[in-house]
Write a protein that binds this ligand. Structure first.
Ligand SMILES: NC(=O)c1ccc[n+]([C@@H]2O[C@H](COP(=O)([O-])OP(=O)(O)OC[C@H]3O[C@@H](n4cnc5c(N)ncnc54)[C@H](O)[C@@H]3O)[C@@H](O)[C@H]2O)c1
Length: 317
């Protein structure tokens, strides 16, 4: 059998800090791939994480976890980019742009130099602007450069809503959309529990309707609240990475609010931000235009404008 025939499908994780290493662990536990390749600017770190993870394999699922090089990363079906710096207390995600744009451009160039043919899953912040730069610099098709976007924020919102409404979060359908950051909004008008709009669900259940503004503020504060306490975030984003990789590798056509380049949805074009997207083998297969009320529409457009200005500011330098 040729090497090509027996070649296993793999996920590459570039950047093995808190996010990258925990994502590798979540991927290992999920069992969606038979091979995980780790890379870091600090090669010893990648080796150490790979050794540690590999020693857990006997207790989880068959998967080979190893440190690799750019050639290995380039043949992965999904390259998760988690390289760069994280936010320090008091910094917004957009504050990280100057430092991380250099890192992401270098990573993308190295992947392309080795003929990368898979899907890029960006997590490095600010994730929307960096996904956009990665796509534009690489010339890869838009569908193949995805940002983890507001999958994390939506998971946080669903967990909080589930808690308030006394139902488990997977039964709550609610999306945070726009920037993964301070200008994101919640699409309240399309949020549902058991197919029932939130206000109606609360009325029918005899519950007080949650304070929507306060909940969104908690979602926006979630990362800084954690960073103030433990210095970084890792588990929830790692679960999002594993979930998005699963949707791609299993060609699931799952609807996930990932970051992609808009092409006229809600009158917005040529900017990366999150909306519910159908995600499968090819990456983002299509964007789902959910109904939004006037206030939500205004918020989404303002978020897009902020991202556009931020990207233009960096390009202008
Ligand atoms: N998208 C999200 O929802 C989300 C959530 C949490 C964190 N993040 C972001 O993820 C990124 C990583 O966060 P972290 O806490 O893991 O940081 P970290 O500092 O723990 O790890 C970053 C790693 O990247 C490596 N690195 C730096 N430059 C590199 C290069 N050129 N090539 C390869 N590796 C390189 C570093 O050596 C380090 O190991 C940050 O930008 C953070 O803001 C995103």
């Amino acid at each position: 059998m040729s090497e090509e025939t027996v070649r296993r499908e793999s996920v590459a994780v570039v950047g093995c800090g808190h996010v990258g290493a925990t994502s590798a662990y979540a991927l290992m536990l999920s069992g969606v791939t038979r091979e995980i390749v780790l890379l870091d600017a600090d090669a010893r770190r990648a080796e150490g994480e790979a050794m540690d993870l590999q020693q857990a394999v006997a207790l989880s699922r068959p998967v080979e976890v190893r440190a690799g090089d750019w050639r290995d990363a380039a043949r992965a079906s999904v390259a998760v980019i988690a390289a760069g710096v994280g936010g320090r207390p008091g910094e917004s995600r957009l504050d990280l742009l100057g430092r991380n744009v250099v890192v992401v451009r270098e990573v993308i160039r190295k992947l392309l130099d080795e003929g990368f043919g898979g899907v890029v899953l960006m997590t490095t912040n600010p994730v929307d602007v960096l996904s956009q730069f990665a796509q534009e610099d690489s010339g890869l098709p838009v569908e193949r450069v995805i940002g983890s976007g507001t999958v994390l924020d939506s998971a946080r919102l669903r967990a909080m809503l589930g808690d308030e409404l006394g139902v488990e979060p997977r039964s709550v359908h609610a999306h945070v959309i726009g920037e993964h950051g301070d200008s994101e909004i919640a699409a309240w008008s399309s949020a549902r529990v058991a197919g029932v709009p939130l206000r109606e669900f609360c009325e029918a259940s005899g519950l007080a309707c949650p304070d929507f503004d306060a909940l969104l503020a908690r979602v926006r504060r979630a990362a800084p609240d954690i960073i103030e306490r433990k210095g970084y975030t890792s588990y929830a984003i790692a679960s999002c990475v594993a979930r998005i990789c699963e949707a791609v590798l299993r060609d699931e056509h799952s609807v996930l609010p990932v970051s992609t380049r808009l092409t006229g949805q809600y009158g917005i074009s040529d900017v990366y931000l999150s909306l519910p997207c159908v995600v499968g083998r090819r990456g983002v297969e299509r964007v789902v235009e959910i109904p939004l009320d006037e206030r939500e529409l205004e918020g989404l457009r303002a978020s897009a404008e902020l991202l556009r200005r931020t990207a233009a500011g960096v390009r202008g330098k």
